[in-house]
Design a protein around this ligand. Structure first.
Ligand SMILES: Cc1ncc(COP(=O)(O)O)c(C=O)c1O
Length: 378
């Protein structure tokens, strides 16, 4: 066989694989492993959304759709972005993808050339760097301030004459930090001064606690250089549906649509009708899920503090980001082997020395998991 793609070959396997494979083997062997490594809500999709999808299937919405998405959904997304987020946006500036992940990938393909640099703010979500690499560009890592997980002036040190794009993610996976207006202002200044495109991943927007979600594209003229990424997976417990979206300047969206037309075409037509119902229907389930996450968050953060463990702010998403002594991979490994609790090592997000605990699990399981971890050193 001839040599396979060097570009794909260069992508490092995820640092989470070893732990998750081992957890799966233990579970298959009958061990009660508590997975706090999960990145998805443990709720079912609200019934009215599922019903809308079933209705669409029954109506025969089983054919190809326009590649950028069904018009009604693009329109509803544009209206949501304009009214809720204050982002000037038309339906034509929206492309519906197969989950936010495909929107992240398409943004990279649409914007980047080999040799370009993309600034990632660590700790950062595991798929940004591979998407940047698949587009032939290079990720440059900048670690946010450890005290509050906000960016500071050191961000400027990451900018070079090759910088093309900067990625922000608020609320953040994995840290749970929510960017303040001042932090967004800093990114805005850097982007404007150095002519950078901003990719703002706002997928956890609805899961926010005692803080306000702000969209950078709503600040001044930033919509002219920002691609806003969002989706349905987290807010509406629709991870398996694979519906996300990007909204941004016409030129970038046109490029993204070309990528989508020639690769995935579009997400499932009937799934888009479910997403439309999610956006336009009753929002009560979103608030109910948020409140339940908040209850668990308080419990987890209090328990961790009681155990003498320091965690990042946890103002959004459903993760506690915990500082540990020594090698995070080794600690995660020990927690799995001895406490049968699976967590994600911070190395996967570019910040060794931390562990990500997802609180997308029932209170009983969280209580049990934290009790097992406490017992390890007690
Ligand atoms: C920060 C972030 N962005 C994007 C995604 C992708 O979400 P989707 O299921 O819509 O592809 C995730 C999922 O874990 C995420 O954590």
């Amino acid at each position: 066989m001839k040599t396979l793609s060097a570009k794909v070959g260069a992508i490092a396997p995820s640092a989470t694989i070893e732990i998750s494979d081992r957890a799966a083997r233990m579970r298959a062997g009958g061990i009660d492993v508590i997975a706090l490594s999960i990145g998805e809500p443990d709720f079912d999709t609200p019934a009215h959304i599922t019903e809308a999808c079933i209705d669409a299937l029954r109506r025969g919405e089983t054919h190809y759709a326009p590649s950028p998405g069904i018009p009604a959904l693009r329109q509803a997304i544009a209206e949501k972005l304009a009214t809720e987020n204050g982002i000037p946006c038309t339906a034509g500036q929206v492309v519906v993808g197969c989950g936010a992940k495909s929107s992240v990938y398409e943004t990279c393909e649409a914007v980047l050339n080999p040799g370009d640099e993309v600034i990632l703010m660590d700790p950062s979500w595991v798929s940004y760097e591979p998407c940047v690499q698949l587009a032939g560009a290079t990720a440059v890592h900048y670690m946010v301030r450890e005290e509050d997980f906000q960016p500071d002036d050191r961000l400027l040190e990451a900018v070079t004459d090759k910088s093309k794009m900067i990625v922000i993610n608020s609320p953040s996976n994995p840290s749970g930090a929510v960017m303040t207006k001042a932090s967004l202002g800093l990114v805005k200044d850097v982007a404007e001064d150095h002519d950078l495109i901003v990719m703002s991943d706002e997928i956890y927007e609805k899961l926010i606690y005692d803080r306000e979600h702000l969209s950078i594209a709503a600040m001044g003229d930033m919509h002219e250089r920002t691609v806003t990424i969002n989706g349905f997976s987290k807010a509406y417990a629709m991870t398996g549906w694979r519906v996300g979206y990007a909204a941004g300047p016409d030129a970038i969206i046109r490029q993204m649509i070309k990528v989508q037309q020639h690769t995935m075409s579009h997400t499932a037509t009937f799934a888009m009708f479910g997403a439309l119902a999610a956006l336009t229907g009753d929002q009560t389930p979103v608030e109910e899920m948020r409140r339940e996450f908040d209850r668990r968050r308080r419990f987890v953060m209090e328990t961790l503090a009681g155990m003498g463990l320091h965690a990042a702010p946890a103002d959004g998403a459903f993760y506690a980001y915990v500082k540990v002594e020594g090698d995070d991979m080794a600690v995660a490994s020990r927690w799995l082997d001895e406490a049968h609790v699976a967590v994600t090592p911070g190395t996967a997000f570019g910040t060794p020395g931390w562990l990500r605990l997802s609180y997308a699990a029932s209170m009983e399981r969280l209580d049990e998991a934290l009790g097992r971890i406490r017992a390890l050193d007690g």
